[in-house]
Design a binder for this molecule. Sequence first.
Ligand code: GLN
Length: 492
Amino acid sequence: RGPGGRTFFGHPWGLATLFFTEMWERFSFYGLRAILVLFLIAPPSESGLGMAEGTAKALLGVYMAMVYFVALPGGWVADRILGARKAVLVGGVVIMLGHISMAIPGGAGFVYLGLLLIILGTGLLKPNISTMVGKLYVGEDSARRDSAFSLFYMGINIGSLAPFLVGYLGQNINWHLGFGCAAVGMALGIVQYVLGSRHLRGVGDRPGHRLNPQERSRFLRITAVVLAVVAVLVVAAAVTGTLTVDAVTVALTILAIVVPVVYFGYMFRSHEVTAEERVKLRAYVWLFLAAALFWMIFDQAAGPLNIFANDNVDLNVFGWQMPASWTQNINPILVISFSAFFAWLWLRLGSRASTGMKFGFALVMSGLSFVVMSIASHATHGGTVKVSLLWLVAVYLLQTLGELCLSPVGLSVTTRLAPTAFASQMMGVWFLATAAGDAVGGQVARLQAPWGDVKYFLVLGVFSVLAGVLLFLFVRSLRRLMGEEREPAVTR
Ligand code: GLN
């Protein structure tokens, strides 16, 4: 209950606190994401960094990948050291400092520092705020929790409308003003979180499994060794002249692939995982791979699709030139518009729509969106003609239909298939799928220049459609592995 016994759309007032904090965090994240690549490739005469397009797309890819990658250690830190509530606060402050660093027009150094801080802060904030939403409903029925998560996903997407403001300021006035606006958004989120945290009913006050003194000193030792090794590698690379942005993106891409492989291996071999849980984990691996491929395509929005909007789309609306970054608002607008429909659809379809089917459908949709991109690229006649904005609307419509079948479903399936011993870290594992997909996607985007847009989008699109069809063929086996048959209704 909130001030004067008020509720938040029928939910405890603590959900409002988390809703608005995550809304502002996503505001800062998607605001920056909408203009980052355009800023990186803009020539210095237009106050940009003048980076090669391939490098910029790979950098954007690993940046997004790392933002999601650190969800795993971030969840761990909250569970063992800080507690979720403090982790979210510290994370918010670090994110804000990152955007402030980006707002300083002092060259590439401030940009890299800013991105690093945003990555570290998001690791502390993003996974733990989602976990806190779930914790508000401990002991309540799952329908209310599902409804809370739908509302929360709405908050995410309201925040994701940031490009209207950040994109306009950044592209039409000054890049750094846009970055500063993202910082202000995060600051509002922090103030709101501090003022509202008394409504959280003590959720996340304490770490779930606090480290004992021996574990703590072991943790500090390992951290020190890892940091020292990284420092040595970085210095060695700098001395030999191999410390380029490209080399860093390749190294981090490898990390984003190797860590999930090792982590799954570790879970499969763990004595704490029962035979039954292992079967579910096998099903989860397939869903994880499908999700990674989906995000690989989907998150090209901020790079290749954004550049396409900037170079090849007619952005003239009623005589006014719209900033290209505004096209990044199409997806959140569609998510907000369709959420209620999907909530209804899942209830309606019940157990007839299995998770495997939804994931397969998502892959087919994202694949088709790239086939449409390929046709749109063809219509530019090699970049000589500007095409209608409606092409991008169609592309994002297909992607959003896929997203709503995969993203919220993925969150809930992750909690359902998690082995008990790894429950608190499973949210981080889910975000590793995005990390791997985004990192690989950033590297794959390098093929765009040599292949040309038409072939690039077509090859990726067809690949994704085929993967989706393949998944459809295994829907039955997945159902069996997941034990979904006995479930009366699969919600959301
Ligand atoms: N758009 C959602 C968010 O920002 C989902 C992102 C993801 O899981 N990759 O939270």
